[in-house]
Design a protein around this ligand. Sequence first.
Ligand SMILES: NC(=O)c1ccc[n+]([C@@H]2O[C@H](COP(=O)([O-])OP(=O)(O)OC[C@H]3O[C@@H](n4cnc5c(N)ncnc54)[C@H](O)[C@@H]3O)[C@@H](O)[C@H]2O)c1
Length: 373
Amino acid sequence: MSENKLRVAVLGAGAWARGAHIPGWQRDPRCEVVVLCDVERDRAESMAREFNIPVADNDWQAVVSRSDIDVVDVATPSHTHLELARAALEAGKHVLCEKPVAFDFRDTLRAAELADRKGLRTKLGFTFRYSPGVLYAKSLIDEGFIGEPYIFNGYEQNSQWLDPKTPLRQVDHTADQSVLLTSSLEGYGAPIIDIGHWWVGADYSRVTGIMRNFVPERVVRATGQMMRMNIDDGDIFIGEYANGAIGSIQTSYVTVGNYPGIEARIYGSKGAIICRLIEEFGIAETIKVATPDAVEFKQLEIPSRFYPQGGAPTESWRSLFYANLIKGFIDEIQSGAGKSHAGFRDGAWVQEVVNAVERSHHERRWVDLPLER
Ligand SMILES: NC(=O)c1ccc[n+]([C@@H]2O[C@H](COP(=O)([O-])OP(=O)(O)OC[C@H]3O[C@@H](n4cnc5c(N)ncnc54)[C@H](O)[C@@H]3O)[C@@H](O)[C@H]2O)c1
């Protein structure tokens, strides 16, 4: 083991750790995954063997307080994120956390403030901000390609849980079924709301939205049983940005189409860009652009500088996009200065929009942002 490599502990040995997080860390020579922890010890041990990680543990509290760890990566179920991320920050570790950090944006904000006080870096699992196509689009926007931004349209939708027999994990099966519970908006809305903020270059100032339950009964992973689940499995909201642009977001996991199902479109005074992050026929994503004098959208080749080492359009989106996210996080930790991209503050702001849309749905009205602190 090298002295100057960042030493990483991954919490959670599940599907996403296997497909995205661990391959991302192991692709970057500046770090080393030294501990894999899962409350299910067998899972931690077998995945540690699979990825040649020296230590497997089942005690996350002991792991986050180890003095030989620099970074904690939280890849566990949503309801555990806040407790684990906060404990890791308290212990002085930089933290990568899957979204959302917390269901109430104020908790995420407090975690961001804690990181700032301790001089630590944070990163949210906003995977799609790091796709080569979305990064390329952002560089075109920064160069003035679209001019003044007018309209942003964002989608994250696929048919992952259209079949009610596919066990769903994004639910609290003990929740009161008389009230529609937020699910898709939070799980699938967050990354595309984040891209909207980033591309438009402004925050939402007000939103109004609708959440809907289309599939009334489904199998829940926690119980293995078919049960009534009054959850948002599809939603739409519109909003105004603080710089005068307007936008719409649509998310669902019961609408037909492949993963991950992101589509981000921005239209401005000088040009338009459409990124489709939908794995189709072996290609992870495409980017198309148009200008007022060439209004037929044409596909652009994504320059190699936006790809991680060894990356290609035919690689799985999971490892391809996450390799860029982790590279960006290590760059930020090592530089020690400058703004965090997709850090906990961005996570708090995205969650505040999610909380505002929930309120708009339940109270059937426009909701102004920011919300009360
Ligand atoms: N950003 C993205 O695009 C994206 C994609 C997929 C999943 N995710 C998120 O990643 C997270 C993990 O998803 P998954 O599909 O791998 O779930 P999973 O259920 O397959 O795995 C989660 C693992 O965490 C373990 N765990 C639970 N509590 C723990 C704790 N306190 N300490 C250590 N381990 C603990 C569980 O035993 C399980 O093995 C979720 O929050 C999910 O929403 C994000």
